[in-house]
Ligand binder design. Structure first.
Ligand code: NAD
Length: 481
């Protein structure tokens, strides 16, 4: 289906790119054209920044309760339109519709949460050293905020940035990923319906490098919140240095998933399935390395193979689908390259190990869910983010050894462990160098909990009371009385 060209939302108006360029959005499952967007550059970005800057004066000084009303309204609208939004995500990303619905509800929950959190931005008074002085500490919005988001969670990545930024009193421009802009366009129609004052929230659709260059060079932008690859995160951090722009980064991951000999193996297999195959393995918190104690490795591998071979792979729009396609050709190529590299270096394939072809699979970017054994540290899959449905099984003998192996990564986003031993469940997470640890839990994310990484997985936290901190400055006022 072709429709009219979807436009950007700048200063309360739907506008086309100055360049007149457009970009096609295609289904990764079928290759069909599902939409066309206007595709801008630095000029459109500058307009959005100017609009956000002009709107900041009023929005930044509005009461928290006023801002809260708009956020609550938006949350309700997202909830009301959840099925349509989920269908757009399933169409442009290929994500299974059940997962897409969960993501949309997560976004509504974020707006609801920050509608409340807006009211809890408290200051402090601090006892002074001197009898004739008083110390007040207050929190104020950072200012114009640029949010740059990836394609793997088209609505929730945007919500986790826009909601706390607006709650704090910042004005925002969002630049979504090229693969999944249609979800953002629909969200901004709801933003318009919620009645936000013009310029408070803006949508820029355009070439990443050009949009990014304007965001980073423009002094009116005080804060950049980015979720995406570590490579682009590092580039933006270098660019931010010149102006000391505030930045927060949610970057790549390489999660270890540890199954101890005292684990409930059925629960661990379910947890692994969830953590590995959700969104076809295209999650920053996806399991990348599965460590299984040698005494239970064969039994666990058997359970996993059985469960994996039953998985329904297909177009996310089909309600039966459990695992959708990869996002694009480059995504598929990377996954197949990791499989071939592992095979060439001695890995054995227990199931999968190839692109899916035949029938409906020929039109899309489908990879068979894959389990590999006989893994060694030289394989790319052990250190690089695969971003696909591939599980490498690595065996271990001792707790110390597996903790060391799990921490031997430049990334530090999420880690998982399964054990029925209470002491171990308390001991091991303390030693894992990761920002999020799932203990007997393959799906740990929740709105109210802090989400973010150690090491090259970035810094700053999204979610809960922590998520708003990155959009606030701390001001100290000293009173002589
Ligand atoms: P990406 O880095 O290629 O793109 C992310 C966003 O940055 C997109 O909007 C893209 O258009 C934009 N971008 C690209 N080059 C840019 C530039 N030069 N200047 C400004 N913007 C630019 O990442 P992706 O492929 O869209 O997403 C996958 C990556 O995101 C994975 O590494 C994944 O782990 C990571 N991710 C992290 C989290 C987290 O919370 N830590 C969550 C989801 C995804």
């Amino acid at each position: 289906m072709t429709e009219q060209i979807k436009r950007m939302y700048i200063n309360g108006e739907w506008v086309e790119a100055e360049s007149g360029n457009t970009l096609e959005v295609k289904s990764p499952a079928t290759g069909e054209l599902i939409g066309v967007i206007t595709y801008g550059d630095g000029r459109d970005t500058k307009k959005a920044i100017d609009a956000a800057d002009a709107a900041f004066k009023e929005w930044g000084s509005a009461t928290a309760r006023e801002r809260s009303k708009y956020l609550s309204e938006l949350s309700a609208l997202i909830h009301k339109n959840r099925n349509e939004l989920a269908e757009i995500i399933a169409a442009e990303l290929g994500k299974p519709i059940r997962e897409a619905k969960g993501e949309v509800l997560g976004a509504a929950d974020n707006f609801a949460w920050y509608a409340e959190e807006a009211k809890r931005v408290y200051g402090e008074t601090v006892p002074s050293t001197f009898p004739n002085k008083r110390i007040h500490v207050m929190k104020q919005p950072v200012g114009v905020t640029a949010a740059i988001t990836p394609w793997n969670f088209p609505i929730n990545m945007a919500a986790r940035k826009i909601a706390p930024a607006l709650a704090a009193g910042c004005t925002v421009l969002l630049k979504p990923a090229e693969a999944t802009p249609l979800t953002s366009v629909r969200v901004f129609e709801l933003i318009e319906e919620a009645g936000f004052p013009k310029g408070v929230v803006n949508l820029v659709l355009g070439e990443p490098q050009k949009v990014g260059a304007e965001i980073m060079a423009n002094k009116k932008v005080r804060k950049v919140t980015f979720t995406g690859s570590t490579a682009v995160g590092k580039l933006l951090m270098r660019q931010a240095a010149d102006q000391m722009k505030r930045v927060s980064f949610e970057l790549g991951g390489h999660a270890p998933f540890i199954v101890f000999e005292d684990a409930d193996l059925d629960a661990a297999a379910n947890g692994l399935f969830e953590s590995k195959y959700r969104n076809a393995g295209q999650m920053c918190i996806c399991t990348n390395r599965l460590y299984v104690h040698e005494s239970v490795a064969d039994e666990f591998a058997q359970k996993l193979v059985e469960r994996t071979q039953k998985a329904v792979v297909g177009d996310g729009r089909n309600p039966e689908t459990e695992i959708g396609p990869l996002v694009n050709q480059a995504g598929l190529d990377k996954v197949l390259d990791h499989i071939e590299d592992a095979k060439a270096k001695g890995a054995k394939v227990l199931t999968g190990g190839h692109r899916l072809t035949g029938g409906e699979y020929d039109q899309g970017f489908f990879c068979a869910p894959t389990i590999l054994t006989d893994i060694n540290p030289d394989m790319k899959i052990v250190s690089e983010e695969t971003f696909g449905p591939v599980v490498p099984i690595i065996t271990f003998k001792t707790e110390e050894e597996v903790i060391e192996a799990a921490n031997a990564s430049d990334f530090g986003l999420a880690a998982y462990m399964y054990s029925q031993n209470v002491s171990r469940c308390l001991r091991v997470p303390e030693k894992l160098e990761y920002g999020i640890v799932g203990v007997n839990d393959g799906s740990p994310t929740q709105t109210q909990a802090p989400f973010g990484g150690f090491k090259e997985s970035g810094f700053g936290r999204e979610g809960g009371k922590w998520g708003i901190e990155g959009f606030l400055e701390t001001k100290f006022v000293s009173y002589g009385i």
